[in-house]
Design a protein around this ligand. Sequence first.
Ligand SMILES: [Zn+2]
Ligand SMILES: [Zn+2]
Length: 240
Amino acid sequence: MLTLSHALSSILAASLPNRCTLCQQPLARGAGLCDVCLADGALGQVCLHCHRPLVIAPPHRCGSCLTRKRWRPVVSAFHYHGPIGPCVARIKAQGQPQLVNPLAKILASRIRAYHDQGHLPLPQALVPVPTHASRLQQLGFNPAWLVARALSRELTLPLLDQLVVKARPTRLQHQLDGQARRDNLREAFSLAGEGEGQQVALVDDIITTGSTLKTVTRTLDQAGVRVTQFWTLASALNRR
Ligand SMILES: [Zn+2]
Ligand SMILES: [Zn+2]
C-alpha cells in the first residue's frame, strides 16, 4: 500500500511542474527547487581554499590555509555530499539542464555577497571548463557552459567560451585517483582564442579534487589569461 501511494505521489509530482524537484512541495512560481531545500544544502561559512566550515568569517580562510602564499578562492554554493548534491549530479547524469538556473542564482548571490562585503573582487570575464565535442554531442549541452552563462547574466560579466577547447575526450575523473587523474588530463585542453591580460573566473558544475580546473588554468596561463577564482555550483572538496 505504501509502495502504491508512493508511486501515485511520484506520478502526481511528475505531472505537476510547479513543485520542488526535491521535496515535491508546491512552488510559488516557476520550476526547480523550493527555498527550504536550497537553504538546506547551502555551503554556509567555509574556508575559501579548502571548504572546511568556519565558525567566524571573515577571514574567509581557516587557520591552516591562512598562511598559504599562493591560493585561489573557490566559491561554491552547495555541498556535493548534501541534499542538493543529487540535483547537481542529475544535470548531466539525467540530462536535466533546467536545474542549472535556480542553482546558479544562489551561486551568483553568494559571489555578489563576497564582492559587496569587499572580500573578493569580481573577475573581468567568465570562462567555462570546456567539454569534448563527442561528449557535447552525447549530452546535448555542456553543464559548465550553462552555469557560466547563467552567472554571466546574473552578474553582468562577459562569457569567454572560445578561449580554450577540450582537444581529446577523457575518462570520468571521479573514477580515477591521484596520478591517474593527472595522466587522464595531460594535454586534454588546448588554446583556441586570445584573451591576453584578462583576469577571469573559471566555472564548472562540480569541484572534487580541483585537478580539471587546475589543468585548464595552466592552459589559459600560456595565453596570458589569469584565472583568479574558481566558481562551481557544488563542492566535494576535501583538502588536507
Ligand atoms: Zn523542496
Ligand atoms: Zn582552509
